[in-house]
Write a protein of this length. Structure first.
Lengths: 194, 194
DNA sequence: TCAAAAAGTAGACACCTGTTGAGTTATTGT
DNA sequence: ACAATAACTCAACAGGTGTCTACTTTTTGA
């Protein structure tokens, strides 16, 4: 029982495990409470770690937050020549990912962006360079970027009210029903030709 | 110079003036910073009032917040028989009111609802009973409430990204352009007949 | 096996929070 | 003019925050 017993699975340093546990717990709490109400002491208690360890690993609360909300959107696999299909991919991808994991980095960031300028700037940059630009590229129209932005805002509004705010009717409905109502509308925004 | 000099305009008690100044300042700060980051001391300093006066007038921070976000939507004047007109009234009314006053009670509440369950509950109740139910009443469809909710979510998404998050393209565009793109889409959600 | 390095812990710090209660000043009705 | 009352101010409390430093324990590589 020298080393193999506790360090578990792969030849993974012990620190990696706790680092990941901190990150997962932080994501969960940031998602539930927002940036301000989430405390380092709270994360430490939930992750069964000392508060000092968190600072040791991530430096500061801000840096921990940045690490927690870092995510990647597989744009290449979502954008197609067909706007109908593209809208469906984005919409379904976003909503089902939020449904599967209420603590998804994007949900956390959206929530925090309302009260933290730092978070807002991260979100603006991410959404603009990855989502809006990608959608706009598939739209042949002088207002392509505005159309993509409006469509993105609509999607985010639906996602926010369903998963973050949990508004009565929209949160209770089946995902398919929401998509069935929303998709044609969003398509109308980005597809001027129709 | 006994009383008319300082108590100003109407036969208004002195307390009314400061009460209103506190409320306006609170609205502004709650809008800029959200619920958590807005402090009673900060409001007191900005309103040039002692911190204790705020508690004297409103009891607690929560009660001050509730007073600050209390607003009324003139639904009766907005809903018509024509869904096209109704959608326009709601959309234009909401966006232009946010444009005119960035510290409108609704904007403040939307911002705070992301991090405060108390604020979220206020928003849910207000939106559901006033906006969603009103729109749903004009739609003849078994899914009327869901349709109204999805439409409302879209509107809020646009307003939030334009005025709260200040997303690049959607915040820079003319209001008319945004309305021109968004209205037909939202109409498509609540008017199944078309 | 055993020193070196990594990981984890305890305690304190300086600061800021909402809230309270007692005391002071200004404004009111008569 | 003057007592009654409303409006306001001051100082302090009890609790919570992020972060730092010094220390102890555990894990690691030769």
């Amino acid at each position: 029982m020298t080393q193999a017993a506790t360090s578990a699975s792969a030849g993974e340093r012990k620190g990696e495990r706790t680092r990941r546990r901190i990150l997962e717990t932080a994501r969960r709490l940031f998602a539930e409470l927002g940036y301000e109400r989430t405390t380092i002491r709270g994360i430490a208690a939930a992750a069964e770690v000392d508060k000092s360890s968190i600072l040791q690993y991530f430096g500061s609360k801000q840096q921990l937050f940045r690490a927690a909300v870092h995510w990647h959107i597989p744009i290449a696999e979502m954008t197609t020549d067909d706007p109908v299909q593209t809208v469906h991919n984005f919409m379904h991808g976003m909503l089902s990912s939020w449904a599967a994991d209420p603590n998804s980095p994007m949900a956390v960031l959206v929530r925090a962006s309302m009260t933290s300028e730092d978070a807002a700037e991260l979100l603006r940059h991410h959404i603009t360079t990855e989502v809006v630009d990608a959608i706009a590229a598939t739209v042949d129209d002088p207002e392509a970027h505005l159309r993509a932005s409006v469509a993105g805002a609509m999607m985010m509004g639906i996602a926010a009210q369903r998963y973050l705010l949990r508004m009565p009717h929209i949160a209770d409905a089946d995902l398919d029903d929401v998509l069935r109502l929303a998709e044609p509308a969003i398509r109308a925004v980005i597809a001027p030709a129709d």
